[in-house]
Design a protein around this ligand. Structure first.
Ligand code: HEM
Ligand code: HEM
Length: 266
C-alpha cells in the first residue's frame, strides 16, 4: 500500500468551487435583505454553481477512472451493506473511489443545485410557488451537506484516513495498480477558463442599480429580490385586480399605500 493518485484535478476543483459557491449563495441569501444588491449576488453565485455542475456532469463521462459515473456505486444493496458497516464494527473496505453513500450523495447534490437554479429562475420571474420550493430546496441542500460533513468526519475517525487532504492533493492510500496516471491539468485549466468566461458573461448582463440580470444564451432578464419598481408594479397589479372586480374604493387604496410604506420601513 502506498500513496496513489485517485481524484484528478477537475474533480477537486469542481468540488471546492461548488462548496464555495453553494455556501456563498446560501449565506448571501440569508444574511442580506431581499432589497440589497448583495442579495442579487446570491443568484449569480447560484448560476455559477449550476454551470460547475454541468461541467462536472460532462467530466463524469470523459474524466479519469474515479471521476466517471460508470465507477460510482448505485446498487441499493451495496448502499444498505455500506451503511450497516458504518454503524457496526466490521466496516468493510470499499476501494479508493466513491463509496455507495458518496455516490448517491453526489447525484442528490448535483440534482439539488440544478433544481435551485431552475426554481430560482422561476422565482425571479414572479412565481410564488417556485419561491416556496426554492427555499425548501436550499435548506434541503444545506441539510445534505451537513450529513456529508458528518460522514467525512466519521470516515476520518473510523478509518483514520484524512479524506479532506485527499480532496486537496488527490492522493489516497491504496494498491499501486488502483491509481490514475494523470491529474489532467489541461482539462482543469479549461474548467477554470470556462468558469471565468461564464462568470464574465453573467456580470456583463448584470445591472446592480436595478438588480436585473440578463441570462447569457437564454436572453431572459430577471430581477433578483425586491426593488422599488417590483413592489410598485405588484401594487399596480393588485389595484388593477380590485378595480376589475369592481371592489376598488378609497379606503382600500389607503390601506394599500400603508402596506407599501410598511414594506419599505422593514
Ligand atoms: C456546499 C458544500 C459542499 C458540496 C456541495 C460538496 C459536494 C461534494 C461532492 C459532489 C462530492 C463527490 C465528488 C465528485 O465526484 O465530484 C464530494 C466529495 C467529498 N467532499 Fe464535499 N462538498 C461540500 C463541502 C465539503 C467540505 C466543507 C469538505 C471538507 C471539510 C468536503 C469533503 C469532501 C470529501 C473528503 C469528499 C470525498 C469523499 C470520498 O472520499 O468519497 N466537502 N463533496
Ligand atoms: C446554490 C444556489 C442557491 C441558493 C443556496 C439559494 C438560496 C436562497 C434562499 C435561502 C432564499 C430565501 C431568502 C429569504 O429568506 O428571503 C432564496 C431566495 C431567492 N432566490 Fe435563491 N438560491 C440559489 C440560487 C438562486 C438562483 C440561481 C436564482 C435566480 C436565477 C435565485 C433567485 C432567488 C430569488 C428571486 C429569491 C426570492 C427573493 C424574494 O424574496 O423576492 N436563487 N434563495
Amino acid at each position: 500500500m502506498k500513496k496513489i493518485l485517485v481524484w484528478d484535478l477537475p474533480v477537486r476543483l469542481a468540488h471546492w468551487l461548488l462548496a464555495a459557491l453553494v455556501f456563498g449563495a446560501f449565506a448571501l441569501a440569508n444574511l442580506t435583505s431581499d432589497e440589497s444588491v448583495a442579495f442579487a449576488w446570491h443568484a449569480i453565485a447560484g448560476l455559477l454553481a449550476v454551470f460547475v455542475v454541468v461541467l462536472r456532469l460532462v467530466w463524469g463521462l470523459l474524466g479519469t477512472r474515479y471521476a466517471r459515473f460508470g465507477d460510482f456505486s448505485f446498487r441499493p444493496a451495496a448502499l444498505a451493506r455500506y451503511l450497516r458497516g458504518v454503524f457496526s464494527h466490521d466496516a468493510e473496505g470499499t476501494g479508493v473511489g466513491h463509496n455507495p453513500a458518496t455516490s448517491w450523495f453526489a447525484i442528490a447534490l448535483f440534482a439539488g443545485i440544478m433544481g435551485l437554479g431552475f426554481t430560482g429562475f422561476l422565482t425571479a420571474r414572479g412565481s410564488k410557488s417556485a419561491k416556496e420550493i426554492h427555499e425548501v430546496l436550499a435548506w434541503s441542500v444545506i441539510g445534505l451537506v451537513a450529513v456529508h460533513l458528518a460522514g467525512v468526519v466519521l470516515h476520518m475517525v473510523r478509518r483514520r484516513e484524512n479524506v479532506i487532504t485527499s480532496m486537496i492533493t488527490g492522493l489516497k492510500t491504496g494498491p499501486e495498480v488502483a491509481g490514475i496516471p494523470s491529474s489532467r491539468i489541461g482539462s482543469a485549466g479549461l474548467l477554470v477558463a470556462g468558469v471565468f468566461a461564464f462568470g464574465a458573461l453573467l456580470l456583463s448582463g448584470f445591472d446592480a442599480g436595478t438588480r436585473s440580470l440578463t441570462l447569457p444564451f437564454v436572453g431572459s432578464t430577471l430581477t433578483i429580490g425586491d426593488t422599488d419598481e417590483k413592489v410598485r408594479s405588484e401594487r399596480a397589479v393588485e389595484t388593477g385586480q380590485r378595480h376589475a372586480d369592481g371592489r376598488g374604493d378609497d379606503s382600500h387604496e389607503h390601506k394599500n399605500e400603508d402596506n407599501y410604506k410598511h414594506r419599505h420601513k422593514d
